[in-house]
Design a binder for this molecule. Structure first.
Ligand code: TRP
Ligand code: ZN
Length: 862
C-alpha cells in the first residue's frame, strides 16, 4: 500500500482552464471484492467506450496500486504500462472490456481514503480521489458508470455487507464466508462509490415518497450504539419530506442506508443510497449529546440526504465546480434547519460560523474564489469558502429572484441537468432563465476572492436623508485588482424618537463602486438598518453612533439586525478598550440589560444576542492582533456585565431551570440562556459561582447542562474544576465522542496554563492522532484558542507544528486542515510572525511531507 508518503517538491498543479472531456467513457463497471482487513482482492471489469475521434490510450488512475493481472476482451494482455501511479492500456477499437485485479491492505490504510478499517469494520471514503486507491479507474467526476458490486467476506466477522443501490442477491460460501451483490441503477461518478462490511445492527424505518413508493431506511451502527440512532432516523425522515415540499425532490431508490464510523476525515459522505457518517453526526442521547450536537446531526443528515439531488443526480463536471454541489447543498441544509426551529437563531449561527472561518480564509494566504482556478491537492479545497461562502452566493441569487422565481429556476436546473456532470455556469444560467434576470456581473462572485467591504454613510438634511454607499474588494493572492460586485443589500430606516419604521424594507443592488439613495419626507431623524438578514456576505462599515446601535438592538424589527447592532456596539467598545487600555462599558451594559428584559423575544435569540464577539473576531477588526490585550479587554467587559447585571443573570438562570430533559425549541432555548447566564455569573466573580456550576454538573440529566457547567469550571481556578474533570472522565470512559469533549474543553480553556495542560494531554492514554475526531478535539481546538496558541513564547506554534508533522505521516488530509491558524502570521506583531513563519518553514522542510501539507504550508509562507 502507498501509505508511505513520497516527497513532492515539484508538485503538479491542476488548472480549471485545462479541462478536457474524457477520452474514454465507462458506462458499466462490475467490482468483485474478497474482503479481508489484511489483504483484499479487488477484481474490476470495465466496459469502456472511446469518446470521440482520437488515438489516446485508456488511462486508469491508481494510487499505490500494482496490477496483479490485466485482461482485454477476455484475454491476458501484456502491453500495459505504468505512467507513475496510473495504468496505461493502448486500445484499437471503439469499445472494449477491461479486467484488472489488485490486492490492497485496508488495515494499513491510515489516510482513511479508499478502503479502510475502523473499529473492526471495513468501509470506504472515495471523495475526492479515493477510488483510485481501491481499483484502477478514470477517477474523475465526469465519468459516470452503472455499478454492480459483489462482496465476499468472513460471515462471523462481517455479517453485514452493504453497497450503493439495491441489494440483489446474497448467499453463503465455503469456509465460513458469505457474499452479497448490490446494483446501483443510477450512473454515478467513482467518488460516490461505497461499500461497508461489519458486525452492524440497524435502526430501521420507512418513508413513503410523494408518489407513494416505500423506501426502507436503515441507520447502521455497532450493537451498543443502537439506542442512540432515533434522532438521526427522525431527522432523515424530516429531510426527505422537506425536500419534497420545498424543492419538489423525491427519493429514487428502494433503500437508503446510513452507516456510522468512528474514524472519518470529514463530517459525512453522500454516497448514492449508502451515506457514510462520522459517528459524531449520528449518535445522540440526552446523556451524551448536547443540543448543539443534536442540531448538527439533523443538519448533516439533511445535508447528505439533499446531495442525492444536488450532487448525485446532478454531479460536478470537474472538482473546480465543487461549490456547485456543496454551496447549494449547504444552502439547502440551512433552509431545512431554519424551518425546524428559530430561523433567526439559525441565521445568527451561520453568520457567526462564516465570520469565524470563511472571512479569515478570504483575508489570508489561502484565499480562493468559490470556483478556484487551480489546485495541487483537491482535498485542500473542501473549505469554508467553497461550502459556506458558496451557500451565501446561492442565497443572494435566491434573494434577487424571490421565492417563486427561485423555485422555478431550481426546477429548471434539476430538470435540465439530471443525470449529468454540470458546472457552476450551468447553475447560474438556470437561475437567469428560470428567474428572468441577467446575472452577468453577479458571476464575479464565482471568480473573485476576498470579502467585499461596504461603507454606508447616512446624512440628514431636514426631512431628507442621503445614504452614500461605497464598495471595494480587497486584493487577494493572484488577484491584485478587483471589479465591483453585485451586492444585494436589504435596508430600512427607523425613527430615532418613535422607533417606527420610516419606510418599507428595500432591496438595493449595489453594483457600482459608489451609489446614493435619497429618502424624502422623513418625519424624524432616521437610523439605518442595513444588510438585514445578512443579505450579502460583506463587511459593512457605517457612521452609526453607539446610541444608534443601542437603539437598533432594542427596536429593529429584523432579529438578525438587532443581533448585529448589539454585536457592533460590543465590538466598537472592545476595540476601543484594546486601543486605550480601558473603555466605558455603560452602553453595552444598558443594551444587554434591555435585551435580557425583553419579554417579547425568544430566549434562544436573547442568549445569542448577549454573547460577546469571540477573541478571534475582535482580532479581525485590528491592524495588528494583540491576543493578550484582546483577552484582557474581553474578560473585563464580561466581568463588568456579570457584576452589573448579576440579578438579571440569576433570574434568567433560575427561570430557565427545567423539571426533566426535553428536546424541543423551547427547552433548548431555556438551556441556552441558562448556560450563558451561568458563564456571566462566574465571569462576574460571584463567590458561589463554582458551587453553582458544580451543583449543575452533578444534577444535570443531559449533556448540554453538564457540559456547560464543566466549561465554566474548566475556565476557572476553583478546586472543583479538577473534581468535575475527573468525574466527567470516569463517567464517560470508553465513550469516544464524549472523551473528545473532555479533551476539547481543556484545549479551549481561558486559563493561563492551557498550553501546558494540552502539551501534557498528548501523552494521555486516550489521546491518539490516528482518530481524526480526537486529533481535532485537542490540537485543532487548541490552535483556535487565540490567547493560548499565540503565547508570546512561541510554544503553542511549536507544539502544533510538531503534532501536524506527526499527523501528516498518518493522515495528510486531516493534518493539512490544521495549517490555517499558523498561516495567519501577517496579522500579528513581528515577534510572533517570525516564530509562526519559522514553524511553517520547518513543516515545508519535513522529510516525506505530503502534497496536502506542502500546498497549504508553502502557500501560507507567501
Ligand atoms: N461531500 C462530503 C460532504 O460535503 C464531504 C466529504 C466527506 C469529503 N468526506 C470527504 C471531502 C473526504 C473530501 C474528502 O458532506
Ligand atoms: Zn456536502
Amino acid at each position: 500500500m502507498a501509505d508511505a508518503q513520497t516527497a513532492t517538491h515539484a508538485p503538479t498543479i491542476t488548472r480549471r482552464e485545462d479541462y478536457r472531456a474524457p477520452d474514454w467513457r465507462v458506462p458499466e463497471i462490475a467490482l468483485d471484492f474478497d474482503l479481508d482487513p489484511a489483504s483484499t482482492r479487488v477484481r474490476a471489469t470495465l466496459w469502456v467506450e472511446r469518446n470521440g475521434v482520437h488515438d489516446a490510450p485508456l488511462r486508469l488512475d491508481g494510487d499505490g496500486l500494482t496490477p496483479a493481472s490485466v485482461r482485454v476482451d477476455g484475454a491476458d494482455f501484456a502491453d500495459w504500462s505504468m505512467d507513475g501511479p496510473a495504468l496505461l492500456i493502448p486500445l484499437g477499437g471503439s469499445a472494449h472490456t477491461i479486467e484488472t485485479e489488485v490486492v490492497i491492505a485496508p488495515e494499513r490504510n491510515t489516510q482513511l481514503q479508499g478502503l479502510y478499517a475502523s473499529q473492526g469494520m471495513l468501509c470506504t471514503q472515495c471523495e475526492a480521489e479515493g477510488f483510485r486507491r481501491i481499483t484502477f479507474f478514470p477517477d474523475r467526476p465526469d465519468v459516470l458508470s452503472r455499478y454492480k458490486v459483489r462482496m465476499t467476506a468472513d460471515k462471523a466477522r462481517f455479517p453485514v455487507l452493504l453497497a450503493n443501490g439495491d441489494p440483489i442477491a446474497q448467499g453463503d460460501g465455503e469456509d465460513g464466508t458469505h457474499w452479497a451483490e448490490w446494483h446501483d441503477p443510477f450512473p454515478k461518478p467513482s467518488y460516490l462509490f461505497a461499500l461497508v462490511a461489519g458486525d452492524l445492527v440497524a435502526n430501521r424505518g420507512t418513508f413513503t415518497t410523494m408518489s407513494g413508493r416505500d423506501v426502507a431506511l436503515g441507520i447502521w451502527v455497532r450493537a451498543p450504539d443502537l439506542a442512540k440512532t432515533d434522532h438521526a432516523l427522525h431527522a432523515l425522515k424530516l429531510s426527505m419530506a422537506w425536500d419534497e415540499k420545498v424543492y419538489g425532490r423525491e427519493y429514487d431508490l428502494d433503500v437508503f442506508n446510513i452507516v456510522a464510523v468512528d474514524d472519518f476525515n470529514f463530517g459525512a459522505m453522500e454516497n448514492k443510497g449508502l451515506n457514510v457518517f462520522n459517528s459524531r453526526y449520528i449518535l445522540a442521547d440526552p446523556d451524551t449529546a448536547t443540543d448543539y450536537d443534536y442540531d448538527a446531526i439533523a443538519a448533516v443528515v439533511a445535508h447528505e440526504y439533499f446531495h442525492n439531488w444536488s450532487g448525485n443526480r446532478i454531479t460536478c463536471r470537474d472538482w473546480f465546480q465543487l461549490s456547485l454541489k456543496e454551496g447549494f447543498t449547504v444552502f439547502r441544509d440551512q433552509g431545512f434547519s431554519a424551518d425546524q426551529g428559530s430561523a433567526a437563531v439559525k441565521r445568527i449561527e451561520d453568520v457567526r460560523g462564516l465570520r469565524a472561518s470563511q472571512f479569515p480564509e478570504d483575508a489570508g494566504p489561502l484565499a480562493h474564489p468559490i470556483r478556484p482556478d487551480e489546485y495541487i491537492e483537491i482535498g485542500n479545497f473542501y473549505t469554508a469558502t467553497i461550502y459556506n461562502k458558496g451557500a451565501e452566493v446561492i442565497r443572494m441569487m435566491a434573494t434577487i429572484l424571490g421565492p417563486e422565481k427561485f423555485r422555478a429556476a431550481t426546477d429548471l436546473y434539476f430538470e435540465r441537468f439530471d443525470g449529468t456532470a454540470a458546472t457552476c455556469e450551468d447553475f447560474v444560467q438556470s437561475m437567469e432563465e428560470g428567474g428572468g434576470v441577467d446575472l452577468t456581473q453577479f458571476r464575479r462572485w464565482y471568480s473573485q476572492a476576498g470579502t467585499p467591504r461596504v461603507s454606508a454613510t447616512l446624512a440628514q438634511e431636514g426631512g431628507r436623508a442621503r445614504l452614500s454607499l461605497r464598495q471595494s474588494v480587497p486584493p487577494t493572492p493572484g488577484q491584485p485588482v478587483k471589479e465591483p460586485m453585485v451586492l444585494p443589500l436589504k435596508l430600512r430606516l427607523f425613527g430615532a424618537i418613535t422607533g417606527r419604521a420610516l419606510c418599507e424594507e428595500q432591496l438595493i443592488l449595489l453594483d457600482r463602486p459608489e451609489h446614493e439613495v435619497v429618502f424624502e419626507n422623513l418625519p424624524e431623524t432616521p437610523v439605518l438598518s442595513i444588510n438585514r438578514g445578512f443579505s450579502a456576505p460583506v463587511i459593512v462599515e457605517t457612521n452609526r453612533t453607539a446610541q444608534d446601535l443601542a437603539f437598533l438592538s432594542a427596536h429593529d424589527d429584523d432579529p438578525f439586525a438587532r443581533y448585529e447592532a448589539m454585536q457592533q456596539l460590543m465590538l466598537d467598545t472592545l476595540v476601543a478598550s484594546v486601543a486605550n487600555g480601558a473603555a466605558d462599558h455603560g452602553a453595552v451594559i444598558d443594551a444587554v440589560r434591555n435585551t435580557l428584559g425583553d419579554a417579547r423575544m425568544d430566549p434562544a435569540f436573547i442568549a445569542e444576542a448577549v454573547l460577546l464577539p469571540s477573541e478571534a473576531f475582535i482580532g479581525d477588526q485590528m491592524a495588528v492582533v494583540d491576543p493578550e490585550a484582546i483577552f484582557r479587554a474581553r474578560e473585563a467587559l464580561r466581568a463588568d456585565l456579570g457584576r452589573a447585571l448579576e440579578g438579571e443573570w440569576r433570574a434568567a438562570y433560575e427561570g430557565a431551570a427545567a423539571e426533566r430533559f426535553e428536546y424541543s425549541p423551547a427547552a433548548k432555548g431555556a438551556r441556552r440562556i441558562s448556560s450563558v447566564a451561568l458563564g456571566y455569573i462566574a465571569a462576574g466573580g460571584a463567590a458561589d459561582a463554582a458551587e453553582l456550576a458544580f451543583a449543575q454538573f452533578e444534577r444535570a440529566d443531559n449533556m448540554t447542562d453538564r457540559h456547560a457547567a464543566l466549561t465554566t469550571l474548566a475556565n476557572g481556578v476553583s478546586p472543583l474544576r479538577e473534581a468535575a474533570l475527573e468525574a466527567f472522565y470516569k463517567r464517560y470512559a470508553g465513550n469516544g465522542l464524549v472523551l473528545d469533549k473532555w479533551f476539547q474543553t481543556q484545549a479551549l480553556s481561558s486559563r493561563d496554563d492551557t498550553a501546558q495542560v494540552v502539551e501534557g494531554l498528548v501523552n494521555h492514554p486516550d489521546f491518539t492522532l490516528a482518530n481524526p475526531n480526537r486529533a481535532r478535539a485537542l490540537i485543532g481546538a487548541f490552535s483556535v484558542n487565540q490567547r493560548a496558541f499565540h503565547d508570546i513564547s512561541g510554544r503553542g506554534y511549536r507544539f502544533v507544528a510538531d503534532q501536524m508533522i506527526a499527523l501528516d505521516r498518518l493522515n495528510p488530509q486531516t493534518a493539512a486542515k490544521l495549517i490555517p491558524p499558523l498561516g495567519r502570521w501577517k496579522r500579528f506583531d513581528a515577534a510572533r510572525a517570525a516564530k509562526m513563519r519559522a514553524e511553517l518553514e520547518r513543516i515545508v522542510a519535513a522529510p516525506g511531507l505530503s502534497k496536502d501539507m506542502f500546498e497549504q504550508a508553502s502557500k501560507s509562507l507567501d
